[in-house]
Ligand binder design. Structure first.
Ligand code: HEM
Ligand code: HEM
Length: 124
């Protein structure tokens, strides 16, 4: 296992999960979870697969920064998706979910910054 494999595999699994939710929304006609679906597809799926491709194409080593970035991205995505699902499913108070979603957003931003730092070190 390395950051490329983890991001690629989890990214594809995020796509599958998001498509199942999209299919459920289409079938029931209830689009209440649209923000959850959008973030599963884009934050979970598209960005994770982008990280795998960036690491591969720019030959970024599987060092500490890559592992920390992968951890930040995947943990933030799990927390944000769970929080969004609960928020739009009215399963918990917004006052409780707000700070959790805020923390997950900070984690997602840190992950992007860590990719930026690593790509700036590479020759293009
Ligand atoms: C099995 C495949 C998919 C199904 C069944 C599906 C289903 C849906 C449904 C029912 C909506 C709500 C539309 C609305 O209420 O206006 C939606 C919105 C959305 N979907 Fe999907 N979707 C699928 C694949 C994808 C993929 C591959 C992506 C991106 C990689 C994606 C990204 C989005 C986004 C960003 C929105 C929100 C659009 C907006 O803000 O208006 N979906 N999808
Ligand atoms: C720091 C992380 C992020 C935060 C805090 C955030 C926050 C939000 C919020 C508050 C909305 C409005 C939801 C609503 O309509 O009620 C939204 C919608 C949306 N976001 Fe994000 N987002 C983040 C990351 C991303 C990323 C990385 C992408 C794409 C790569 C993305 C794509 C979208 C799209 C397509 C919509 C429209 C979907 C809809 O209308 O439901 N977001 N986001």
């Amino acid at each position: 296992m390395n950051p490329i494999r983890i991001n690629l595999t989890l990214g594809l699994l995020w796509l599958l999960l998001g498509m199942l939710l999209g299919e459920h929304m289409g079938r029931t006609g209830d689009h209440g979870q649209m923000p959850t679906h959008a973030h599963i597809m884009l934050l979970g799926g598209v960005l994770s697969i982008s990280w795998a491709v960036i690491y591969k194409v720019f030959e970024i080593p599987a060092g500490l920064l890559a592992w920390v970035q992968t951890g930040f991205h995947q943990v933030s995505t799990v927390v944000m998706i769970t929080g969004l699902y609960m928020l739009y499913g009215h399963m918990a108070e917004e006052a409780v979910l707000g700070p959790v979603l805020g923390l997950s957003a900070i984690g997602a931003v840190v992950s992007v910054l860590l990719v930026l730092v690593q790509t700036l070190r590479t020759k293009v």
